[in-house]
Design a protein around this ligand. Structure first.
Ligand code: FA5
Length: 375
């Protein structure tokens, strides 16, 4: 601000000269009219109506004028600033209206467009089948148990009564993660579990009796990938340990599962077998749910599902070996138990007529999509 001066006259002060005020006002109005968008208008506002704008500076000079000159200069500057502020307000409204209109056009949503053109995904049928099996047993009061896929050799073999010289323990059958069989370093061996049966041991060691658990999970063997084998596959394990359980309970449980998964009226049979961790042991077959045995000996009606054998193999089972119970601190004089283990890929193969197991592991959506989103 200039210093107070008794003889101060607005016409002597450059910023307060009428033509200067008009020039500043006209420049502001022209800039406002030329502002093409709100951002440009913000800049124009700072330049022509901000604290350092010519009109604001002129306004500050008024205070230093002698009283007789103040009114006139104040009127001029006030009118000019009023005109600028009105023009700013009007342009602001115009530009906001333009922006709103543009946004409405640019961001318009065509609600008539089809909403379902994105391809729907599908769950993998192995997942849905193992969940379905879980459901059957959870409905009977079983709990779902889990165990690690990289498993201590002790759980995978020793505690299951699989002797150190058992062929399954060689590197031809088992993926060793640490301390391969026969290694002299004394390290505790770790394997990729070759079956879900180690979960039997983990369940018996961590749960209170009686134990009723079901355990679906991924297992690993050094098998070649072909139409009926894969090195990574899924099994479902069942274990029941209670007082007074017999082979009849095992048979009844499997029959119930077969009914729940394949429908009524399909019998099962047991063939003697051997597993170190069950005694006695058996392989379980069910009557073919497609031909129901009618294809046997009838060359005119071959059945692809059971290869006209009338029976489909489900997996292995048996009464838990008392040695296994003892290894887990369970009194075999008081408790008995049964267990079974089925391959889920094989079950999916015959349940849905999948001819080649490789289709299940290739991850091609054309395989999974027909199974849909079943949950
Ligand atoms: C076992 O693994 C036993 N633990 C099952 C068991 C549990 C018996 C409890 C008694 C009591 P086995 O090696 O037979 O058994 O395998 C079980 C099932 O896994 C087979 O019936 C088959 O369906 C499936 N299976 C085995 N190897 C493969 C493979 N490479 N690819 C796909 N499925 C396989």
């Amino acid at each position: 601000m200039s210093a107070p001066n008794k003889s101060y006259d607005p016409v002597e002060v450059e910023a307060l000269k009428p033509e200067e005020i008009d020039r500043a006002r006209d420049a502001a109005l022209a800039a406002i009219a030329a502002a093409g968008d709100l951002e440009a208008l913000r800049e124009v506002k700072a330049a022509h109506a901000g604290d350092r704008s010519p009109l604001a500076l002129a306004n500050r000079e008024i205070g230093a004028l002698p009283p007789h000159a103040k009114a006139d200069a104040g009127r001029r500057v006030g009118q000019a600033r009023g005109a600028v502020s009105q023009a700013l307000k009007k342009r602001q409204e115009e530009l906001e209206a333009e922006r709103d209109e543009r946004v409405l056009v640019e961001e318009a949503v065509d609600v008539t467009l089809p909403y379902d053109r994105l391809p729907a995904g599908a769950r993998h049928p192995l997942t849905t089948l193992s969940e379905r099996i879980e459901d059957v047993f959870v409905a009977m009061g079983y709990e779902v148990a889990e165990g690690p896929e990289a498993e201590a050799e002790w759980y995978n073999f020793d505690a299951l009564n699989i002797a150190p010289d058992h062929p399954a323990r060689t590197m031809q059958d088992t993926f060793f993660v640490q301390g391969a069989e026969g290694s002299a370093d004394g390290e505790a061996g770790v394997v990729l579990r070759t079956h879900t049966s180690p979960v039997q041991i983990r369940s018996l060691l961590t749960r209170d009796l009686p134990v009723y658990v079901i355990c679906p999970g991924r297992v690993y063997r050094t098998d070649e990938l072909d139409a009926t084998h894969t090195p990574v596959f899924s099994q479902v394990e069942l274990l029941a340990v209670d007082e007074g359980l017999t082979m009849a309970d095992l048979r009844g449980t499997i029959d119930h599962m077969v009914r729940a998964l394949f429908g009524e009226g399909l019998g099962t049979r047991m063939r003697p077998s051997y597993f170190p961790f069950t005694e006695p042991s058996a392989e379980v077959d069910m009557v073919c749910f497609v031909c129901r045995g009618a294809s046997v000996g009838d060359s005119g009606r071959p059945c692809r599902t059971c290869s006209s054998e009338g029976w489909i193999e489900l997996g292995g089972c048996g009464m838990v070996n008392p040695r296994v119970l003892t290894a887990c601190g369970v009194d075999p004089e008081r408790y008995s138990g049964f267990a079974f283990g089925f391959g889920i890929e094989r079950m999916l193969m015959f349940r849905h007529n999948v001819e080649d197991m490789r289709d299940m592991v290739e991850g091609d959506v054309r395989f999974t999509r027909p199974f849909g989103m079943e949950i």
